[in-house]
Ligand binder design. Structure first.
Ligand code: G3P
Length: 218
């Protein structure tokens, strides 16, 4: 399973890239609002850090508006993927982008049928929101599992991208459910690195080493 960072924060992206675990990035208007500045400039910077897919989300709700915004994003770098919300106009835009050879990520997917339609329309990435389904007392991971299975059975080329990941367990569950990608907030990526026994073990090894060196010098 590929790991994307779900952020517009350049420093976080640089760190994940240095760790060697970064396969791509997803942004959205809410994540952009946290950092501010020029969205285009941020996208260009991210595309320099990773050669993996970088999702840039359209704001327009009509097809022509989505196409204008998406074509603009696609010119920023070859690895830009245009993020389009699931809707009737969104499906049409996804289909038109596919005809033009522009890759898309269909976002705000909450049901298996929505994901199926997004794939049919030609989205290269289909993003079910796991955490937001969990928030309303539905098991978000079911949509991931069903779409992964459906795409495998029918040899559908679209990839299932587990989004709205809220904790490290979601990442493990998404991988085991067959997600091709999980997009993860930086804080959760950090949580995945750490384990109390690992951190305790590092401190203990250093302590024992220092003690042994002190004794050897006597
Ligand atoms: O990229 C969109 C998605 O990951 C949002 O997550 O936590 O706002 O539901 P969240």
């Amino acid at each position: 399973m590929k790991i994307f960072l779900d952020t517009a924060d350049i420093e976080e992206i640089k760190i994940a890239a240095r760790w060697g675990v970064l396969d791509g990035v997803t942004t959205n208007p809410s994540l952009y609002a946290k950092v501010g500045g020029s969205y285009d400039a941020i996208l260009a910077q991210i595309c320099k850090i990773t050669s993996g897919p970088v999702s840039a989300e359209v704001i327009a709700e009509d097809v022509e508006g989505m196409l204008t915004e998406g074509r603009h994003f696609a010119k920023i770098a070859p690895n830009i993927v245009v993020k389009v919300p699931m809707s009737e106009t969104g499906l049409e835009a996804i289909s038109r982008f596919a005809d033009e050879g522009i890759k898309t990520n269909c976002t705000l997917v909450f049901s298996t049928n929505q994901g199926f339609l997004a794939a049919k329309a030609g989205a290269s990435l289909v993003s079910p929101f796991v955490g937001r389904l969990d928030d309303i007392n539905q098991d978000g991971m079911i949509v991931i599992r069903e779409l992964a299975e459906m795409f495998a059975i029918h040899e559908i080329q679209s990839e299932v991208l587990a989004a709205s990941i809220r904790n490290p367990l979601h990442v493990t569950q998404a991988a085991l459910a067959g997600a091709h990608v999980a997009t993860i907030p930086f804080k959760i990526l950090q949580q995945m690195v750490h384990h109390p026994l690992t951190d305790k073990g590092i401190v203990q090894f250093r302590k024992d080493w220092d003690e042994a060196r002190k004794n050897a010098a006597k």
